[in-house]
Design a protein around this ligand. Sequence first.
Ligand code: PLP
Length: 491
Amino acid sequence: MTIHDSSRTAAGDLGDISTEELRRHGHAVVEQVAAYLSSLESRPVLAAVQPGALRDALPATPPEHPEALEQILADVDRLIVPGLTHWQAPGFMAYFGTTGSVPGILGEMLTAGFNSNAMLWRTSPAATELEQVTLDWLRQLLGLPGPLFGCINDTASASTLYALAAAREAIPGAQIRERGLAGRSDIGRLRYYASEEAHSSVEKAGIVLGTGREGLRRIATDSAYRMDAGALEQAIAEDRAAGWLPFAVVATVGTTSTTSVDPVAAIADVCEREALWLHVDAAYGGTAAVVPELRWVLDGCDRADSLVVNPHKWLFTPLDCSVLYTRRPEVLRDAFSLVPEYLTSSQDDHSVVNFMDYGVSLGRRFRALKLWMVLRAFGAEGIAARLREHVRLAAELAAAVDGAAGWERLAPAPLSVVCLRARPAGVDDESELDALNGRILDGVNAGGRFFLSHTRLRGRYAIRVAIGNLHTAGQHVRGVWDELIAAAAQG
Ligand code: PLP
């Protein structure tokens, strides 16, 4: 058979757009990103657009003919950027402050260029081995004892799901991977535990894993929003007596609402006594351990079976990058490894790691590259100095709130988030205070310079100021405080 080369036809080149074009537009894109980052101070943090604005501005049908990259890139600036909420902006203090830092951006560019798939060792040995080396560096930075297996997932939601799947796999004799859960009368209903303040991803995992939402029992917290280890122990005893089958506990280091840190060592004691898998959700708070004086946040975590920490939250790495560590990689592997003929390789003798064996995804982006570049470009000292500054700024804001008449803090601020509300003298009605603080939040957000989000603490509406973006400095924290005071004055 003759294979004709028809890659050049009347319709043009059938291959990719040329590397000359890449050079030309690549430089332009770098300029575009740099100009975007330099412009953030002057843009409203929240997109000032109505729903449907972009949909209406774009053609409803795909292009029939090729379009010039110049035109496409110009449309990014003209049509897309105005509809972005600027997570990189110094005034972005909603949810958790995150940063796609310069080394991280460059790493993402290289990752796209290589387009390597880190599913098997042989599908990119360097991608697999860089993931191993970088996660061991990160382990050392966090002060966790080695050896510790780590793998990178897209999000903490996936990492926690996988950890709980491993915990489920570790239930003696249950063989849930093989036999499933439906119609099983030989095992009790599965139950796992997390505090009232644990993230919704912990609950979502139960939806996927077949425990149902009822499979998660929420444990009360103390006055600082930390899990009550005594209440945990009591709940487990009650559940065992009622025929449930407890199998895991999720402790949180840095809860979403207040950044409270559960007493992991006390929880680990309970887990050891009860033979339960201990998973730690340190998605946001874990990275604080890079700062020597904040290393206490991971106290007791050396005893966890698994732990998730998200470099895409407070470690300057662009979305997405979530690290799942486990002391029991063989159990995680047992939970997920399934190797069809077409994925076998001569390295199946366990002499190398094939990361596809440790989760649901087969295809895996080369995410280690950007994390490695971030760790090298900032260094341990540089990372610690930046995190320390965020914590200092949060402490300054907390002190300002504590010292201001008509304001109160609603939770301790151990890390870089401050939960506060206005409480003018004479206003004691909780629903009135909720409404007032909702108006204050809307007022600040409408100003455009800042974006704040809220939570509810013991039923009370709390404004959250989350510091953690590399572009945020003292002037921004002072600025948001001034705007809160001004919005409160409007009532
Ligand atoms: N865990 C905690 C404590 C969080 O605050 C969050 C998100 O903010 C998550 C998990 C989920 O993170 P991801 O978006 O990576 O799934």
